[in-house]
Ligand binder design. Structure first.
Ligand SMILES: Nc1ncnc2c1ncn2[C@@H]1O[C@H](COP(=O)(O)OP(=O)(O)OP(=O)(O)O)[C@@H](O)[C@H]1O
Length: 250
């Protein structure tokens, strides 16, 4: 569904992604972790076509990203969703429906179908009963669920999330993991970036550690828990950066 082949990206003269190859298949849940500044968000921007790599190839659903048009098939919850103005005077349902507006075009009429899809998405994240509650009255974890529902309301084939645990306290992390397990069981393909590597391990079907390069990759083809754990220390311990494409491909 998503194919990156030998992607290089540099901000000015600062290399951030160094030969990334990653293949995401339908139904996979890919958890990406790594140290601060490792290039995790940059990798998502490249996948989303928000920035153009200097070299390499990015394909979404078989189409080169620069020619890809069906963005409504991709749900994206950015890291900045945590910075969303949560005191904005809108109810939960209005926030989720606004995701449909982004899909249909801002000035198109939103109808019963949009409301139904928004309510379905809220049900999936277990927030339907709060649909008329102002967003500002919810906890950080509940607000994060609403932002995920907003992305789900467009019925994406792939859901991409950058640090979905932002604003979620430790007590609610397990609930969020359960939500992603449920979405996985429903067949939603997901790519998640998170610092919470142990938390990601509890539900990701493929785990990727990034530090400019892919420094480890573990999946059902190649279980490699030790490297995954060492990932966050990779700068200090300099574990060998030999992952790869061959492993990811199985
Ligand atoms: N617009 C930009 N211009 C120049 N350098 C940038 C820009 N955005 C990010 N960088 C640099 O690129 C590197 C990778 O940033 P990125 O945000 O992708 O890392 P990250 O792994 O998501 O980090 P974190 O875990 O801290 O969010 C960092 O060194 C960062 O300083």
């Amino acid at each position: 569904m998503i194919d990156l082949t030998d992607v290089h990206f540099t901000y000015g003269c600062h290399p951030v992604l160094d030969g990334i190859s990653l293949h995401v298949q339908e139904g996979e849940v890919v958890g990406i972790t790594g140290p601060n500044g490792a290039g995790k968000s940059t990798l998502l921007y490249v996948i989303m076509g928000l920035i153009k790599p200097q070299s390499g190839e990015v394909k979404i659903l078989g189409v080169p990203v620069n020619k890809f048009k069906d963005w409504h098939k991709i749900g994206y919850v950015s890291q900045k969703a945590a910075l969303f103005n949560r005191s904005y005077p809108a109810t939960v349902l209005e926030v989720v429906i606004s995701g449909r507006a982004a899909m249909r075009g801002l000035f198109r009429f939103l109808g019963r179908e949009d409301k139904r899809r928004a309510e379905e998405a809220l049900e999936r994240v277990n927030m339907l009963s709060q649909r008329y509650t102002p967003l500002s009255e919810l906890s950080g974890g509940q607000q994060q669920r609403v932002m995920i529902a907003r992305a789900l309301a467009v019925q994406p084939r792939i859901l991409i999330m950058d640090e979905p645990t932002n604003g979620v306290d430790a007590a609610n992390l397990a609930g969020l993991a359960q939500l992603f397990k449920n979405l996985h069981n429903d067949g939603v393909t997901m790519i998640l970036v998170s610092h919470e590597s142990e938390w990601l391990s509890s539900f990701a079907s493929k785990r990727v550690c990034l530090d400019r390069k892919i420094c480890s990759c573990s999946c059902h083809y190649y279980p490699d828990g030790i490297r995954w754990r060492d990932c966050m220390n990779s700068r200090q311990e300099k574990i060998s950066l030999d992952c790869v494409d061959s492993l990811v491909r199985g």
